[in-house]
Design a protein around this ligand. Structure first.
Ligand SMILES: Nc1ncnc2c1ncn2[C@@H]1O[C@H](COP(=O)(O)OP(=O)(O)OP(=O)(O)O)[C@@H](O)[C@H]1O
Ligand SMILES: [Mg+2]
Length: 449
C-alpha cells in the first residue's frame, strides 16, 4: 500500500524561502508543513511523522546541523536534506557524515530539489515496506518477548508499560525472581521512541566492584593492569537507547555516587580517562530486593534511590495470578515443542490442575523450566502429570530423591529407556554429547532393564 500523500517538513528562518518552497512542493502534490526555527521543527516532529525534512543550516538559535541530529534521533528513518550556502561545502560534507540523505546549495534550483525530494520519499517508503514485511514474517512465529497472560495484575502491568514507553522517564521494576522483570524492561524499550537503538543490560549484582565500574564507564588503555585496550562502557553503548540496570540494589554506595552524577548529567568519564563524554540514554532498573529496607540498612543512598524511583512497576508473583498459568503453560509448550519438533496438543487435565495449584517460588521462569523438562520427557500428544517435576506438596512418592543428582539420574534413565538405550539419540534428546551420557551412565550405575 502506498502512503496517500507524501509529507515534507521545511525548516528555514527566512519567510521568503519557506513561502516559495511551500508553493513549489504543493504543486508537486506534497503535504507541506513549515517551521521557522529548530525548536518549532522539533515540536512538530514530536507530534507527527514526515516522509522527508528539508533543513536550512544557518538559523538563529539551534542550527540546522544540530537539528538534523535531533530529528534523526526522533525518527531515524526520516531522510533529511540540508540546505547550505553555496560557499560551505564543508558543512555539506559534515551533514552527509551525520547521515543526511543529501544536500542542496543556495540559490535553490527547484527542479533539482523536486527530484531529490521524490527520491528521498521513495527511499523511505521502500524502507518502511521492508520493515512491514519483516514484521509480518516475525509475526508468524510467536515472539520471544510477548507478555502472556490476561489476569488483572498483568493487564495493569501492560497498561503501565504503554504509558511509560511513551515517555523518557526512569523506570523501576520490582518483583520476585522469575516474574518477568527483564521482559517488561525490554517491552518498554521496544515500544519507546528509542527502539531503533539498543537496550544494554548490566547485571549489577554479578560483578565485583572494579569490574562493574569499568563495565559501566569503560576504561582507557592502561587504566589498570590488564587494561590493554581502550574499552567502551555500557553507558556509552546505550547512547540513543536504554540502559537496563538489573539488580540495581547490589550497587555499592560509592558507585551509587558516581552513577547518580551520570544519571543527573548524562555525562561520564572512562576509568583512567579525563575526557568528559556524553551519552543520551533512558534508564530502566530492576530489583528483587526490598529497596526501602536496603535504604534503612544504609546499603542504598537516599539520593540515588529517589533518582531511580520515579515510575514503579510491580511484577506480580505467579501465585497471585494463577489464572495466567494455563495460557503461560501452553505458550511455553508451544515454544519448546516447536524447538524439539514434537507435536504436543496440550496438557492433560490432571497435569494442568497440578500446575495451577503449585506454588511457583521461582515464578514464570520455574514454570517455563517445568514445561521444558516435560516437553523433553513427555510423549505427544499430551503432557501428563508424571512428566512434571515432583514437588514437595505433590502427590508423588514422598521418598523420591529430589536432589538435583536424583532428578538427573531418573531423567537420564527415562530417556535411555525411551530411546531403547540408543546413546546417540539419548544424547540428542538431553542436549549433551555422547561421552557425557556414558559418563553419567557410569556415575549413576544405570543399567539396561
Ligand atoms: N508474562 C510472561 N509471558 C511470557 N513469558 C514470561 C512472562 N513473564 C516471564 N516470562 C519468561 O520467564 C522467564 C523469566 O523472566 P525474566 O528473566 O524477565 O524474569 P526476571 O524477573 O528478570 O527474573 P530474575 O529476577 O531472576 O532476573 C523468561 O524466559 C521470560 O521470557
Ligand atoms: Mg532478570
Amino acid at each position: 500500500m502506498k502512503d496517500p500523500t507524501p509529507s515534507i517538513l521545511v525548516v528555514d528562518d527566512e519567510f521568503s524561502v519557506r513561502d516559495s518552497l511551500t508553493q513549489w512542493f504543493r504543486k508537486d502534490g506534497l503535504d507541506v508543513q513549515v517551521a521557522a526555527s529548530a525548536d518549532a521543527a522539533l515540536h512538530l516532529l514530536g507530534k507527527r511523522r514526515f516522509d522527508v525534512a528539508l533543513i536550512d543550516v544557518k538559523m538563529p538559535g539551534m542550527d540546522g546541523m544540530a537539528l538534523q541530529q535531533h530529528a534523526q534521533r526522533i525518527d531515524p528513518g526520516m531522510p533529511v536534506i540540508i540546505i547550505t550556502a553555496f560557499a560551505s561545502v564543508e558543512t555539506a560534507v559534515q551533514a552527509l557524515k551525520q547521515g543526511a540523505f543529501d544536500y542542496v546549495t543556495k540559490p535553490i534550483e527547484p527542479e533539482e530539489l523536486s527530484h531529490l525530494v521524490q527520491r528521498a520519499v521513495e527511499q523511505r517508503q521502500l524502507k518502511e515496506e521492508n520493515i512491514r514485511l519483516r514484521e509480518t514474517i516475525d509475526g508468524m512465529a510467536p515472539s520471544l518477548d510477548t507478555i502472556v497472560g490476561n489476569s488483572p495484575p498483568i493487564c495493569t502491568v501492560r497498561e503501565m508499560i504503554d504509558t511509560v514507553a511513551a515517555t523518557d522517564a526512569t523506570v523501576l521494576i520490582r518483583g520476585e525472581s522469575g516474574t518477568g522483570k527483564e521482559l517488561i524492561a525490554r517491552a518498554i524499550h521496544a515500544r519507546s521512541r528509542r527502539r531503533y537503538f539498543p537496550i544494554i543490560p548490566v547485571n549489577c549484582g554479578g560483578l565485583p566492584d572494579e569490574l562493574l565500574e569499568s563495565e559501566l564507564f569503560g576504561h582507557e588503555m592502561g587504566a589498570f593492569t590488564g587494561a590493554r585496550q581502550q574499552r567502551k562502557g555500557r553507558i556509552e553503548m546505550a547512547d540513543g537507547g536504554t540502559l537496563f540496570l538489573d539488580e540495581v540494589g547490589a550497587i555499592k554506595p560509592r558507585m551509587q555516587v558516581d552513577l547518580l552524577r551520570v544519571l543527573e548529567t548524562r555525562e561520564f568519564t572512562r576509568v583512567g580517562g579525563s575526557a568528559v563524554l556524553q551519552s543520551d540514554f533512558r534508564v530502566i532498573c530492576a530489583t528483587n530486593e526490598d529497596l526501602d529496607q536496603a535504604m534503612a540498612e544504609g546499603r542504598l543512598r537516599e539520593d540515588f534511590y529517589y533518582r531511580i524511583n520515579v515510575f514503579t512497576i510491580e511484577a506480580p508473583p505467579l501465585r497471585e495470578r494463577r489464572g495466567d498459568i494455563p495460557v503461560l503453560a501452553m505458550h511455553f509448550l508451544d515454544r519448546f515443542a516447536r524447538q524439539m519438533d514434537k507435536r504436543f496438543t496440550g496438557l492433560n487435565p490432571a497435569a494442568m490442575e497440578g500446575l495451577v495449584r503449585a506454588d511457583w517460588p521461582g515464578n514464570v521462569r520455574e514454570l517455563s523450566n517445568a514445561i521444558e523438562r516435560a516437553a523433553v520427557i513427555g510423549r505427544p500428544p499430551e503432557i501428563r502429570i508424571e512428566d512434571l517435576p515432583t514437588r514437595p506438596q505433590g502427590k508423588t512418592a514422598p521418598d523420591a530423591d529430589d536432589s538435583l543428582a536424583g532428578v538427573e539420574k531418573r531423567h537420564i534413565a527415562q530417556v535411555l529407556e525411551r530411546t531403547r538405550w540408543n546413546v546417540s539419540q539419548a544424547a540428542e534428546v538431553l542436549g549433551i554429547d555422547r561421552v557425557t551420557v556414558y559418563n553419567k551412565i557410569k556415575k549413576y550405575g544405570l543399567r539396561r532393564a
